[in-house]
Design a protein around this ligand. Structure first.
Ligand SMILES: [Zn+2]
Length: 369
C-alpha cells in the first residue's frame, strides 16, 4: 500500500503541440487528436481536474478550446505570457492542492525544466506521453466515487461561490442565507460507502476520533439494526458541495452513541458541523435519550473538540454511559466520551435541513434484537 504513488489531483496542459497539433499563432488551423480528446474525457470521469498553462492570447486560445468542444473540461485556465511555474503556482494555490498532486504536460523541454526548477514535486510529462497517461498508476484512483465523477462541477460551483462571496458586502449570515443552502442527511446505502470511506480518510482535522472505518466495517454496520450510518450532503444555488459529512450512531436504550463524526473542511465556513450536531441533538431529545460521543484528541482535530463543546457536550459522568460497550480494540483504547442531555434545539437560520426520523422504532428494534 505504501508503494502506491501519490495520485495526481490536477493535470495542467500546455496547448500548442501538446493538447492540439499546431501552433495557434502561426498555423491557421490546429487539430485535437482523438486520443487526446479521449484522455481528457477519461481523466475528468476519474475526478482528476484539468487546467491549462499556455503562452498564447487568452481570448483566442479559449475560443479555440470552446470550438473544439473541450473548454468545459478545464478549470482555472492560465493563458498569457507569464512563466509556467507561476501559472502552476496560481492553479495549486487556488485549488489548495499540494504541488506533489499536480502534473504538467508540455512538448517543450525548456518549459518542463522551468516548472521542475521552481516546483520539484510537480510531475512533468512530455507531450508524447499524453495518450498513455490514463494507463499510469498516478492517474488511476482505486475507486471512483460519485463525488469524484462530478468533482469538476463542484470546483466550478466553488469558484462562482467564492467570487460571489468576495463581492458580497452584507454580513456573513446574510450571505449564507442568500445561498439557499440545503443539508440532506440520509442513511448510507452501498453506493455511498466509497465516499464515506473517502471522507473518513480525508478529514483528519474534522474527525472526532481519528479512527478509520474501512469499507468492510461500514458495510457491516449499515446492515446492523443497532447502528445507523448517515451521510450528509450540501447543495446551494451554485451547485453541489457533494458529500460533506458522515455520522455513525449506535442505538442503546437510554443513550445514542456517536462513534464517528467527520465533516469536510470545505464546509466549515458554512457552520455545517454545528447544524448537523444540533439536528442530531433534537432527534435524540425527541426520542428521550442522551447522547455520548466518542472523542480522542489528535494533533489535528482541535476544531472538533471545540464543536462538541459549543454544542454543549461535556466530560461529565452519567449513568447512561454504563450501557455503552467496553472498548477492547487496541486502536480505540484511549477514546473518551463527551456526554449531553439532549434538549430540542431551534433549527438553523442559514440553511434548511432534510433528514430521516431517527431512533424510536429502530432503537426498540435494536434493544429487542
Ligand atoms: Zn446520560
Amino acid at each position: 500500500m505504501s508503494d502506491a504513488p501519490t495520485l495526481v489531483k490536477c493535470l495542467v496542459w500546455d496547448l500548442d503541440n501538446t493538447l492540439w497539433r499546431g501552433t495557434l499563432l502561426e498555423d491557421s488551423e490546429v487539430a485535437l487528436p482523438d486520443d487526446i480528446r479521449r484522455t481528457i474525457i477519461e481523466l475528468d470521469a476519474r475526478g482528476i481536474l484539468q487546467a491549462v498553462a499556455s503562452k498564447n492570447d487568452h481570448d483566442h486560445a479559449w475560443e479555440r478550446l470552446e470550438r473544439l468542444g473541450v473548454a468545459e473540461y478545464f478549470v482555472l485556465p492560465q493563458i498569457g505570457w507569464h512563466p509556467k511555474s507561476q501559472s502552476i503556482k496560481e492553479i495549486a494555490d487556488q485549488l489548495n492542492f499540494a504541488m506533489k498532486t499536480i502534473a504538467f504536460i508540455d512538448d517543450q523541454p525548456a518549459e518542463r525544466a522551468e516548472v521542475a526548477y521552481h516546483h520539484a514535486e510537480v510531475r512533468c510529462y512530455d507531450a508524447d506521453q499524453a495518450a498513455e497517461l490514463t494507463g499510469l498508476p498516478e492517474f488511476s484512483p482505486a475507486v471512483v466515487t460519485v463525488d469524484a465523477a462530478r468533482r469538476r462541477d463542484m470546483y466550478q460551483a466553488g469558484f462562482r461561490r467564492t467570487a460571489e462571496r468576495e463581492s458580497f458586502t452584507g454580513p456573513d449570515e446574510e450571505f449564507l442565507r442568500s445561498l439557499d443552502l440545503v443539508m440532506e442527511i440520509k442513511p448510507a446505502d452501498e453506493g455511498d460507502l466509497s465516499r464515506v470511506e473517502e471522507l473518513t480518510l480525508r478529514t483528519s482535522q474534522m474527525n472526532a476520533t481519528g479512527v478509520y472505518y474501512s469499507d468492510a466495517d461500514l458495510r457491516a454496520l449499515i446492515a446492523d439494526p443497532g447502528h445507523e450510518v448517515l451521510t450528509v450532503t450540501l447543495t446551494d444555488r451554485f451547485g453541489p458541495h457533494g458529500a460533506v459529512g458522515v455520522m455513525l450512531l449506535g442505538y442503546h436504550e437510554r443513550v445514542w452513541h456517536l462513534k464517528l463524526l467527520a465533516t469536510s473542511c470545505r464546509v466549515v465556513s458554512f457552520g455545517a458541523g454545528a447544524v448537523l450536531l444540533n439536528w442530531l441533538i433534537t432527534e435524540a431529545a425527541e426520542s428521550g435519550v442522551h447522547l455520548a460521543a466518542d472523542f480522542r484528541r489528535t494533533d489535528r482535530n482541535r476544531m472538533m473538540e471545540i464543536a462538541y463543546r459549543f454544542a454543549g457536550f461535556t466530560g461529565d459522568a452519567c449513568d447512561c454511559l454504563a450501557e455503552l460497550p467496553a472498548e477492547t480494540a487496541p486502536d480505540r483504547a484511549d477514546i473518551e466520551f463527551r456526554h449531553l442531555v439532549a434538549e430540542r434545539r431551534p433549527g438553523p437560520t442559514t440553511m434548511s435541513v432534510v433528514g430521516p426520523a431517527l431512533g424510536a422504532e429502530d432503537a426498540a428494534g435494536a434493544a429487542l434484537a
